[in-house]
Design a protein around this ligand. Sequence first.
Ligand SMILES: Nc1ncnc2c1ncn2[C@@H]1O[C@H](COP(=O)(O)OP(=O)(O)OP(=O)(O)O)[C@@H](O)[C@H]1O
Length: 262
Amino acid sequence: MGLVAQDLSFRYPGADKNVLRGINLTIPPGTTLAIVGVNGGGKTTLVKVLMGLYDHQGSLLLNGQPIASYDPATVHKRTSCLFQDFSKYSFTLRENIGIGNVGRMEDEAAIKEAIERGGATAVLDKVGMEGRETSIRPKSHHSGVPEQRASLSGGQWQRVALGRAFMRANEADLVVFDEPSASLDPRAEAQLFERIHSLSHQHGRRSSTIFISHRLSTVKRADQIAVVEDGTILECGTHAELMAKEGRYSELFRLQKAGFED
Ligand SMILES: Nc1ncnc2c1ncn2[C@@H]1O[C@H](COP(=O)(O)OP(=O)(O)OP(=O)(O)O)[C@@H](O)[C@H]1O
């Protein structure tokens, strides 16, 4: 899916100023865009606007057509996303993954593939496809024992949520990940970004991928990197272009790198 935003702005209902201002962005089909920047700069809001989840001012074209001309259900069907505040459903593992593409809930092979791509194979081994350890256990009628949170760790839940996003990623034209590796260990993070990059670069695929990350080592390979600050795009380009520019991105990149070298 190709996206073109021109002079896009957005204000949350009841807010006294715009959260996004003068956003200009072109995301050609089959490319990856990484969004980086300080907390509260507007990254999550921007991807939600680009996905058509919020009404906006300015122009937003999907495949050359104004987003408003599409049936919202069609846009929803053609996108797959994982946000920071993903849900931990009180379902089995099969359902937690399959809900990403309800039409394929019974497709064992598709669910297993999504589990693998989300890096949740160890979760499958632990709880099984029908395992309810992923769920919030109901209150015991007899003992009155309070509800118990399941035995999965934060990183394991994140892998389940990633699997859910991958359930539809093959069919989606736009895939969005908002800080997808926040709870992952370094090896899982590297594997995930390998998969994210290959989503848009598979032979013949025209899907676009947008991801938000605070770890700049994970964004180096993106086709474009946008630095979002105070509701605007401060800089946009490839890693090499932004490093050569010696602006905010290169400053942040060097800061993170120095942190590892100390
Ligand atoms: N639902 C909302 N209603 C009102 N204001 C909001 C809402 N969600 C976010 N904001 C405000 O919009 C601004 C941008 O938030 P956003 O979550 O887009 O930033 P971000 O760059 O993704 O931050 P982070 O890196 O911390 O995830 C912040 O000032 C935030 O307080």
